[in-house]
Every structure is written in C-alpha cells, then in structure tokens.
Design a protein around this ligand. Structure first.
Ligand SMILES: [Zn+2]
Length: 254
C-alpha cells in the first residue's frame, strides 16, 4: 500500500513539472558542453532532468527568486553526470539551495591550544553528506571564473555516496579501485607540484587543495574541457570515461 502511495505521489510531482521544448532548448543553448550530445542522449537527459526537478526540494536563499530557467539549468547539469548511471546515484537527500552569486558559510575550528576560531568562508557551493547541495547561481557564467559550480558539487555527491569524501566515488564492479588510485594519485601529486611552482594550469588550481577537490575539478574538466584533461592526464581521463560511462571526446565538434 505504502509503495503504491509513494508511486502515486511521485507521479503527481512529475505531472507538475511541465517543460516545453522551447524552454529546454533555451536553457540548453546556454550550456555549450551539452551541444555535443547526440539526439538520443539529449532526449534521455531531458527525461532525467524532469524527474530530478520533481524529486528535489528547491529553495532560493538570500532573496534569490528561483526561476524555472535556473532550476532547469541546474537539473540538466546535475543529470549530465549520471546520464548513463541513473538517478539512483542522487537518492537519499532532497534539498537544493540556490544562492545569488558566491556566499559565506560561518565556520569554526579549534586549534591545538583549544581555542575556537570563528571565521567566514566565502564559497561557491557545498555538498553535505546525506544533506542538501548548496549552489551559487550566476546569471552570467563568466562571473563564476571558469568554475562549473553545479558539476563540481554533484561530483562531490557521487564521491560521498560510498562514505568517505576522498576523491574515490563508488566504483562499479568492472572498475578495480587500485587502477583508479594508480591513475589519480600520480596525477594529483604532479598537479600539486605544478600549482606550487606557480605554473598556469588549464585545470582549476583549486583541485590541488585535496584529492576530493581534484576529483570534482577533474569532473568539471571532463565535461567542459576534455581535450585539455586528456592531454594533461590521459590515465585519469580513461578512468573518468569508464566511471561516467560516456566519452565527451568522441562527440562531434570536439
Ligand atoms: Zn569542492
């Protein structure tokens, strides 16, 4: 009985989400990395994004008025990651909180002398384990300084799905963990050295902060600048290709 009720409620939520072809197309046109999907992939992405829009609880923070365009844009980008993995990867939490531009999270740390330091941490987004995803929204993507906040935070969600936030998401049976580590570990060490040396990198230097950030930053690059990622770290590209079960490099117009 409960199962049926749940199913009915879900169908009702889904019925409420009506997006016209023109609305999809308008939002997709502002996401150039979707332009490379073929017709079948694009259709599947819309189906997933509509379910995602219905499943999640959306709220705007700090006075941001959530518009359908903003929600559709976030849904399309979040679902791009799981296009061939399925929405189950985003189950177990519902909240999506959208901020106007970057925002500040109050933090406190206790140092070795037991003194608590409170400070404000300006961030572009945050993903909480088992909790909501916080995202800053920029009307002009150029204001986000080359960062794809949505792909970044949802990559963290995939990383968290198997417990530790360590840059290793839940791998399918056909992807051995040692092979993942053998690709990512030397790439991370190399990237940290390059960033320390002050080298200009195509990849966001924020990836040198922690292996989990490296995975999130490389996921952004995988979808947005796959050529640069493949050239810098081919073994990592290969692991991400197997994990996401898609190959942005083979799409037309790359
Ligand atoms: Zn991050």
């Amino acid at each position: 009985m409960i199962g049926l009720f749940k199913q009915w409620r879900r169908q009702k939520a889904l019925d409420r989400v009506q997006v016209s072809d023109a609305q999809w197309a308008e939002v997709e046109a502002r996401l150039p990395f979707l332009g490379h999907l073929n017709a079948d992939e694009r259709q599947r992405l819309r189906v997933l994004a509509r379910e995602f829009l219905a499943d999640k609880e959306w709220s705007g923070a700090q006075g941001l008025a959530l518009t359908p365009s903003i929600q559709i844009s976030i849904a399309l980008q979040a679902c791009l990651l799981v296009l061939n993995l399925g929405l189950d990867h985003y189950r177990g939490w519902v909240g999506i909180v959208v901020y106007p531009g970057d925002f500040v999270i109050p933090r406190s740390v206790i140092d070795e002398d037991g003194v608590v330091h409170e400070y404000d941490d300006p961030v572009l987004g945050e993903a909480w384990e088992g909790g909501p995803v916080l995202i800053s929204w920029f009307d002009d993507p150029d204001d986000a300084e080359g960062v794809n906040v949505v792909i970044h935070e949802f990559a963290h969600k995939l990383d968290m799905a198997n417990g530790a936030v360590d840059g290793i998401p839940g791998l399918p049976d056909d992807m051995p963990r040692p092979a993942w580590i053998a690709a990512f570990e030397p790439a991370y060490d190399d990237f940290c050295r390059r960033v320390d040396d002050g080298e200009e990198t195509v990849l966001d230097p924020y990836g040198a902060e922690h292996p989990a950030e490296f995975f999130a930053v490389l996921s952004e690059a995988f979808f947005e600048t796959p050529v640069a990622l493949r050239d810098d770290y081919p073994a990592v590209y290969e692991q991400l290709r197997c994990f996401y079960r898609q190959d942005p490099l083979t799409r037309p117009a790359r």
